[in-house]
Design a protein around this ligand. Structure first.
Ligand SMILES: NC(=O)c1ccc[n+]([C@@H]2O[C@H](COP(=O)([O-])OP(=O)(O)OC[C@H]3O[C@@H](n4cnc5c(N)ncnc54)[C@H](OP(=O)(O)O)[C@@H]3O)[C@@H](O)[C@H]2O)c1
Length: 324
């Protein structure tokens, strides 16, 4: 019987509950997907806990990343047919054996990308694409600091930064995570729980500091991230796994005439042309072996609460995937 996991209200993992349902026919412009695999992301935790706005009045099926097979096609859909292998990121609704979704959110999967890889990389890999190409264009020779380097986004970013010829410096919370990040493209990784990363970056760059900092950690890494930037450098603040930054003032950027951007993936993937180009580039990076997707945790869909607990408690590395 098809089933899904819903969050009944914002809260701890106890708000997650399993329910059975009969999949509906897809509406106009939609396809129905039978999931082969589903990705777990920190945004799922932010929404579940209420750290990000709760988008509906009550029950919400979380999950923003999935891959599988098209089972049915709604009126007006062109470009997809029953039996096609597909993947997507956004919107919520992925923690389910089956889902209906707008065909505009879905892309075809090349044969060489399996469902688990696709479900692990659509949100995280497309995030890396916009971070490195759109938020700040990383080119050969740039010096880059990327926090949480051993995480889902972090391990993909390290490899992609290396492929672009950047000097990729990372941070991570344990020595084991630092060692893992070093195997995934980073030239140096600082344990920010034991060492001052600003001091570390100053030493590694011989005082010249970095062109760009990618910060998804938030409260714990601000204002250190700012202090790692060279003059006219760019801070890309794209998450807050340690909590939101409080007390920020525009004048904080005056120390180096710095740039700040706070991007979100939705504003990129909602442009169909961008989605197709970026997905093609991501799949090419994977197919050619320049980026390997590390699926380091796999859980049955029914055990999504265990997956959330692991991600929230910093017990994971790389990507986490649910299997229906
Ligand atoms: N804006 C966007 O479009 C966008 C898109 C995708 C992801 N993101 C953000 O990117 C970040 C990474 O996402 P992900 O799914 O790949 O997660 P992840 O990096 O696998 O997990 C988050 C990591 O953050 C670090 N962290 C530092 N302080 C923490 C704390 N107090 N509690 C929990 N974790 C803490 C942990 O690594 P250490 O133990 O090494 O510190 C943890 O493993 C998240 O903040 C996410 O929201 C943003």
């Amino acid at each position: 019987m098809p089933y899904a996991i819903r969050a009944t209200k914002p809260g701890g993992t106890d708000v997650l509950e399993q329910f059975e349902f009969n999949p509906e026919d897809p509406g106009t412009g939609e396809v129905r997907i039978r999931h082969g695999a589903i990705g777990v992301n920190f945004i799922d935790v932010y929404i579940r806990t209420g750290a990000y706005p709760w988008p509906v009045e009550n029950n919400l099926v979380l999950g923003c990343e999935g891959a599988g097979v098209v089972e049915a096609v709604g009126a007006g859909v062109t470009g997809f047919k029953e039996g096609d292998r597909v993947a997507y990121t956004l919107p919520n609704g992925a923690y389910s054996t089956h889902r209906n979704i707008s065909a505009a959110s879905v892309v075809h999967l090349p044969d060489e990308i399996d469902d688990q890889t696709a479900a692990a990389c659509m949100l995280k890999g497309l995030t890396c694409y916009y971070l490195l190409h759109n938020s700040f264009r990383v080119d050969a020779g740039h010096k880059v600091l990327f926090h949480a380097a051993a995480g889902g986004v972090g391990l993909i970013a390290g490899q992609w930064l290396a492929a672009r010829g950047a000097a990729a410096y990372g941070t991570a919370g344990t020595d084991e995570k630092c060692a893992l990040a070093m195997q995934n493209g980073y030239t140096d990784v600082i344990n920010y729980n034991t060492d001052d990363f600003v001091v570390g970056i100053k030493a590694l760059t011989e005082g010249s500091m970095v062109d760009v900092v990618y910060d998804s950690v938030g409260a714990a890494t601000w204002p250190g991230s700012r202090d790692c930037l060279k003059r006219h450098g760019t801070l890309v603040a794209f998450g807050q796994s340690s909590g939101p930054v409080e007390g920020f003032k525009f004048a904080d950027l005056a120390v180096g005439s710095l740039y700040l951007t706070r991007p979100t993936l939705f504003h990129f993937v909602s442009d169909r042309g961008w989605l197709e180009n970026a997905s093609t580039a991501l799949f090419d990076m994977i197919s050619t072996g320049r980026v390997k997707i590390a699926i380091n945790q796999t859980f049955p869909l029914a055990e999504v609460a265990v997956a959330h607990n692991a991600l929230e408690s910093r017990a994971t590395t790389g990507c986490t995937v649910l299997v229906p």
